[in-house]
Write a protein that binds this ligand. Structure first.
Ligand SMILES: [Fe+2]
Length: 203
């Protein structure tokens, strides 16, 4: 499969001029490249367009550069807004990347730290979108990517629930984990090998 959509400079082109003034942006920048690299590796093995996957991984967190840390939960929608008129497909990657259970308002409201207005805005956008393989690939690669290394869904969720003081057995979290595991299984089969093995993740 060709690399027809590879665009390694789009992120740099769209970053705010002063992005280097905020330390957290360097982490987002590094994480974005880590996600892009994983997406490329898994896409190549899965006979998907690896250039497209790389570009999507690179761009998925663009919204983070435009929101303060305290409002980080707005970044999926903000990324969508930035790109929707020029790159609709990438915009849809941005708004879907945190929501594997695309129609779960409970998950969205948790993610939005109970900001109902933001959650409603996100849901109304998500209702217009059908998840495709590339969106699921980025959901998976984002979840297994740290700053500059890879980890299992289980380990990442453990970190996530502890950091955000969420009960790992609550129904929203259980369904979230199940969906991520099912996406991983799908890519295990598409790639013909275990995605963790491809990314050098010890389990
Ligand atoms: Fe993100």
């Amino acid at each position: 499969m060709s690399e027809s959509y590879l665009n390694t400079s789009l992120l740099d082109e769209l970053l705010p001029e002063n992005w280097r003034s905020n330390q957290k942006n360097f982490k987002t920048y590094t994480h974005s490249k880590t996600v892009a690299a994983a997406a490329r590796i898994v896409a190549k093995k899965s006979q998907m367009e690896w250039g497209r996957a790389y570009t999507y991984g690179l761009m998925h967190d663009i919204g983070k550069f435009y929101v303060p840390n305290s409002r980080a939960y707005k970044h999926p929608r903000v990324g969508y807004e930035i790109l929707k008129d020029t790159h609709r497909d990438i915009a849809e990657i941005c708004v879907t990347h945190s929501f594997p259970n695309i129609k779960s308002f409970d998950h969205i409201i948790n993610y939005c730290k109970n900001d109902k207005k933001e959650a409603s805005k996100i849901l109304s956008i998500l209702e217009t979108i059908h998840l495709n393989d590339y969106m699921e690939l980025i959901q998976l690669c984002d979840k297994v990517s740290g700053l500059d290394s890879y980890t299992s869904i289980e380990a990442k969720l453990k970190w996530y629930t502890e950091t955000n003081q969420i009960n790992e057995n609550d129904i929203v979290t259980v369904l979230y984990r199940k969906k991520l595991e099912s996406i991983k299984s799908k890519f295990d089969s598409l790639a013909g090998t275990n995605v963790y093995k491809l990314l050098g993740i010890d389990v």
